[in-house]
Design a protein around this ligand. Structure first.
Ligand code: ADP
Length: 668
């Protein structure tokens, strides 16, 4: 879109130039404007062949020198025209104008550009304008550049223009820019428009330069710095070319310094522009080449600071070649970036190429190779004004990225919050588990203390009574009770010792072949059966004794047995029945022991869990509130270590029957 606007602007410029090219051309020192009334067809450029006396000041009343005058193309520097004319020297330009009848007596105007490097202009024999001081040697003359309008009127059709020019101070000499003629109004208006346009461009460049420099100080980024510097450079140049706004503001501005600024500002401005593009498209440019070119440009132009214009203006061609090298490198990196579709590179390339085309146009135009007109200001304007747009696009992209990251961050935060919440929940649960396990631990500890303390108190109580002197049957009963309590204490301590063993899950078992009779004897004696208030039936039957043996650790099996019987006793009350039956199933290879009681029994859902370590049936189902929850789990481990099985049968409310089976093998 913007590219098209550029194309349209350039085309308008070309049309304007084409219109100008239709204006008449001077021949042999005469410009015939009889058919060109200025009011309708003006203003016109006084270009074409003027008469010229080289190295001679011929005032209006003087005749040309012998062999002179010759024809000279205007506008053009005189040194570029013939090998007889050098850059430095002086001469006289003449042009006879033949006005249209309608322009006789009318207020007319001449638009005088800078004429290099000092001049006097005579109109119909009267000196009407001058700039600097002309002279026949460098010491005689003093240069100045001051574009100005000149208003006059003529009471006849013929107008004689005599222009005395001298130049000893720079390469460029003579009428190198267009002198324009029109009605006084046209000239005044044209100058005003031009001045305004140039002021507009200058201010634009200046503001852009300052804005980017300011931005650089807030957010240092090389591309902003270099764009700011190149903006300032080009603005400065714009003040010292064309209508010389700077000199119009400060009429006594030293000419030498003005030329230095004109040169340095553009060369350094372009070096900065190169670095700007380098940093804008860093991936598509070579740092060494970019900085090498920019520094070469700066180094090559440094002598300008110290030398007079007549020295360094001679090197203009060299400088122009350098500018060309820089411009080509810019185009190279832009093409490179545009191919890779880097942000804005294609637009930049298009505008850059258009700008180069206008530069090329002007070079050709001022060398009389084409007749199009001055377009470079338009190109510069277009080119430079697209850059803030590029920078803005870059920033906008950065902001978009920031927004995207912000959103992503927000999403991440939300996810993080969810994770934190889940983790906190888990922690809360673990904490609760810990608290509850801590509770059960202290509960368990108080149970163990109770289990240990209770029988101990009983034992102490009974033994004290015996010690105090009771005797006979009562003493025997007391000792008996104390003995049974001591046995149960011993069992409990066994359990606890088991628990404190490092690998307490698997019990160290010392197994040896045991005959069934021996097993029955051991089991029979592993509990004290004098339980007065229960009906205890003990039937440990060896079966076909002598034929089968069990690989067993008798102590351990005795421990299991005693534990089952003790449980049955503690879950029954006076008058309840406890049956202890042992049967040998030799043909099945198993010895079975069942301890059945008529106690409350165990709920179905509790049956599997009572064999877990520390598990104790809670509430009314359990008649005794204390206990360690260890007995059955230890029993299970012992039986399983023998390759046997342990379990519980019986309906809840009808008592329970704990059994264990031990593998047997036949012996002959
Ligand atoms: P404890 O030493 O606390 O009795 P056990 O592992 O020996 O621990 O028993 C686990 C649970 O099984 C006990 O809390 C008890 O309520 C239940 N239990 C054990 N034997 C019987 C039984 N014969 N009748 C009813 N409940 C029993």
């Amino acid at each position: 879109m913007r590219t098209w606007i550029a194309v349209i602007l350039i085309s308008i410029g070309l049309f304007a130039a084409a219109e100008a090219s239709a204006s008449p051309i001077a021949k042999d020192g005469t410009l015939d404007l009889r058919d060109v009334p200025l009011e309708t067809s003006g203003p016109v450029a006084l270009k074409g062949e003027w008469l010229f006396d080289w190295l001679a000041f011929r005032y209006p009343d003087q005749d040309p020198a012998p062999g002179q005058p010759m024809s000279i193309r205007t506008p053009a520097t005189w040194g570029s025209q013939s090998s007889n004319i050098g850059d430095h020297g002086y001469g006289t330009y003449r042009l006879n104008l033949i006005l249209s009848e309608r322009d006789v007596g009318r207020a007319l105007g001449l638009d005088l550009p800078s004429i290099a490097s000092a001049f006097e202009l005579y109109v119909n024999g009267v000196m009407r304008a001058s700039t600097g001081m002309i002279g026949t040697s460098r010491s005689e003359m003093s240069p100045a550049a001051m574009p100005q309008p000149l208003y006059f009127h003529s009471d006849r059709q013929e107008v004689q223009l005599v222009l005395l020019v001298s130049n000893f101070v720079q390469r460029k000499g003579g009428v190198w820019a267009e002198i324009r003629l029109g009605t006084a109004e046209q000239i005044a208006q044209e100058r005003e428009q031009r001045t305004l346009f140039q002021a507009f461009v200058t201010t634009g460049l200046l503001l852009m330069g300052l804005y980017h420099l300011g931005y650089f100080f807030v957010r240092p980024e090389p591309s902003t710095l270099y764009f700011g510097l190149s903006g300032l450079g080009l603005a400065l140049r714009s003040l010292f070319v064309g209508d010389m706004l700077a000199v119009r503001l400060l009429p006594h501005f030293p000419w030498e310094i003005a030329v230095k600024i004109e040169y340095l500002s553009v060369f350094w401005g372009i070096a900065a522009l190169l670095l700007y593009f380098h940093h804008l498209y860093e991936d598509y440019s070579h740092r060494k080449v970019a900085y090498g070119l920019a520094l070469t440009m700066i180094a090559a132009t440094l002598p300008i600071l110290a030398l007079p214009a007549r020295a360094y203006t001679e090197w203009k061609l060299g400088y122009e070649l350098l500018v060309l090298a820089l411009a080509l490198y810019i185009v190279y990196s832009l093409v490179h970036a545009a191919i890779r579709r880097k942000l804005g590179a294609r637009l930049n390339l298009t505008v850059g190429l258009l700008f180069l085309a206008t530069v090329l146009n002007d070079i050709l135009y001022y060398n009389f190779l084409i007749d199009s007109g001055d377009l470079v200001t338009l190109g510069l304007l277009l080119f430079v004004f697209t850059q803030p747009f590029m920078v803005a696009r870059k920033f906008a992209a950065a902001f978009r990225e920031v927004e995207r990251l912000k959103k992503a961050q927000e999403g991440m935060n939300e996810r993080l919050e969810a994770i934190v919440e889940a983790r906190t929940d888990e922690l809360r649960k673990v904490n609760m588990q810990l608290k509850s396990s801590e509770r059960s631990r202290s509960e368990w500890l108080s149970n163990v203390t109770h289990e240990l303390g209770n029988p101990l108190t009983t034992i102490i109580g009974y033994l004290r009574r015996v010690k105090e002197g009771i005797s006979g049957e009562a003493a025997e009963r007391h000792i008996d009770i104390a003995y049974r309590k001591a046995l149960s204490l011993n069992r409990l301590l066994n359990d606890l010792r088991q628990l404190s063993l490092p690998n307490s899950e698997s019990y160290s078992i010392r197994r040896e072949p045991v005959r069934i009779e021996q097993l029955c004897d051991t089991l029979g004696s592993s509990y004290d059966w004098k339980v007065p208030d229960r009906q205890v039936v003990l039937a440990l039957l060896p079966g076909a004794a002598g034929r089968c043996v069990i690989d067993a650790d008798l102590d351990r099996i005795g421990q299991v047995f005693a534990n089952l019987v003790a449980n049955a006793l503690s879950h029954t009350s006076a008058g309840d029945r406890i049956e202890v039956v042992g049967r040998s199933f030799c043909s099945f290879g198993a010895y079975a022991v069942i301890v059945r009681d008529s106690g409350p029994g165990i709920r179905r859902e509790e049956r599997r869990r009572i064999f877990d370590r520390y598990y104790r049936v809670q509430g009314a189902a359990s008649r005794h509130s204390s206990g360690t929850g260890l007995g059955l789990s230890i029993s299970k481990s012992i039986i399983e270590a023998h390759g046997g099985r342990i379990g519980v049968l019986g309906e809840y409310g009808e008592g329970s029957a704990f059994y264990f089976l031990l593998p047997m093998k036949k012996v002959d």
